[in-house]
Design a binder for this molecule. Structure first.
Ligand code: DI6
Ligand code: FE
Length: 405
């Protein structure tokens, strides 16, 4: 039998415009009714429907409630780390130069291939727990450090196991086209053939929710990216793209032509790319952690994205090379200070729009019919989520209707 629970005595930031035109959708002295993993009612406590007979009642002590956080772009499963490369970069060697010299992503590929599945699960779990402690209830995890059929499958299995073991909804993305593995040196088109051949097999094993590629001069060309997208399309899988991070390759327009869920990074995004994303309903995923860690100076075109009405998400891009951070709240803060998002945009970016970047419409707001994923914070107003940094005000996490302990 599914249990009905009343979570009451909270100030609720629903992010539902029906509860206030300012975007926060605040309800004072509010309550949420859940049945199983679903929200069945949200409103002021005094308006609780008389037919509601909750089996349990939880007093939230006046806490602020928001939707569960969604981290929609991570490379969480990998072996080793790249602290030595960080030191090299601080001495002036560029990220591209390190990559071209065979370091960078390739060094993480070697460490990932050498790690056992259990070791990869243990390190990824530890990292996931940092994100979860700040209220993350949905987490996207990309492969892309295996770069062989066997090693990519292993990383994706680790992501699936993580989702099964933790109170966390994990979505997987196949990023075989992340970098050229050493055994394909000088043969990038042959490698793309291999990636396209692996995809149906990985999909048949239930390991793939979406397909991504790194379209960049140190990654793969638009023509190669297109072939990966065609293989995804043939299987009915949605696509997303690492686009215009270091240069404008026209990747965003290409991805939009395939109805991409999201284009991510976007520092070098053009007006044409913005228009194509708008027309396709593609979400712009902003990754201030990578911008910060690479000490980039070219900002993504935030004002133009905003003017065009392209929804903006914010994510950690957690990875060992360009964003070894594990705080989605810090990313919300950086999205404001570095990228000039408003606190409302930043909070929508780690909830509502992040869910859309994963193709999910069943979460990101606190309304009837949504998944019962929500967080109780020791805060007065949701704009504080983007204000404090280096501080975790998360007090309780309810994931799929059950409180995480
Ligand atoms: N862009 C990034 O920022 C990460 N991957 C990508 O395509 C970096 C991955 C790494 O350096 O290990
Ligand atoms: Fe990334």
């Amino acid at each position: 039998m599914t249990t009905t629970t009343l979570w009451h005595n909270a100030r609720i930031a629903t992010l539902d415009p029906a509860h206030g035109a300012d975007g926060w959708g605040l309800i004072e002295d509010g309550a949420v009714l859940t049945t199983g993993d679903q929200i069945t009612w949200v409103g002021p406590n005094r308006a609780l429907p008389s037919h509601a007979h909750p089996a349990h009642e939880v007093d939230l002590g006046g806490a602020l409630l928001t939707p569960g956080l969604v981290d929609c772009h991570t490379h969480l499963v990998y072996g080793g780390h790249r602290a030595a490369e960080f030191e090299q970069r601080l001495q002036g060697v560029s990220y591209e130069a390190i990559a071209r010299a065979g370091g960078g992503i390739r060094s993480t590929v070697a460490a990932t291939r050498a790690a056992s599945e259990d070791d990869l699960l243990a390190s990824a779990t530890q990292r996931a727990k940092s994100l979860m402690a700040e209220g993350v209830t949905t987490l996207e995890i990309k492969s892309g450090y295996g770069l062989s059929l066997e090693a990519e499958a292993r990383c994706l299995r680790v992501a699936r196991r993580l989702g099964a073991e933790q109170r966390l909804d994990v979505k997987t993305t196949f990023l075989g086209a992340h970098a050229l593995p050493p055994e394909f040196e000088g043969r990038p088109d042959d490698y793309i053939d291999a990636v396209c051949a692996w995809l149906p097999e990985l999909h048949a094993q239930g390991l793939v929710d979406a397909v991504d590629a790194f379209c960049e001069h140190i990654g793969f060309s638009p023509a190669q990216t297109r072939r990966v997208f065609e293989a995804a399309k043939a299987l009915g899988l949605p696509v997303k793209l690492h686009a215009e991070q270091l240069s404008d390759q026209g990747g965003a327009a290409l991805a939009a032509a395939f109805g991409a869920l999201s284009c991510d990074h976007l520092e070098h995004l053009s007006d044409d790319g913005i228009a194509a994303m708008k027309a396709a309903g593609t979400v712009a995923v902003l990754l201030p952690g990578a911008y910060y860690f690479l000490r980039e100076t070219k900002l993504p075109p935030i004002a133009a994205l905003r003017a065009a009405g392209v929804p903006m998400a914010v994510s950690t891009d957690h990875n060992p090379g360009t964003s070894p951070g594990l705080s989605l709240l810090l990313m919300a803060s950086m999205a404001c200070t570095l990228f000039r998002l408003t606190p409302l945009e930043a909070v929508q970016g780690i909830t509502l729009h992040a869910a859309r970047a994963l193709g999910l419409t069943d979460r990101g707001q606190l309304t009837a019919g949504q998944r019962a994923d929500f967080v109780a914070w020791e805060l007065d107003h949701p704009n504080e989520l983007a204000y404090w940094f280096g501080h975790n005000p998360c007090r309780r996490v309810i994931a799929a209707g059950l409180e995480r302990t």
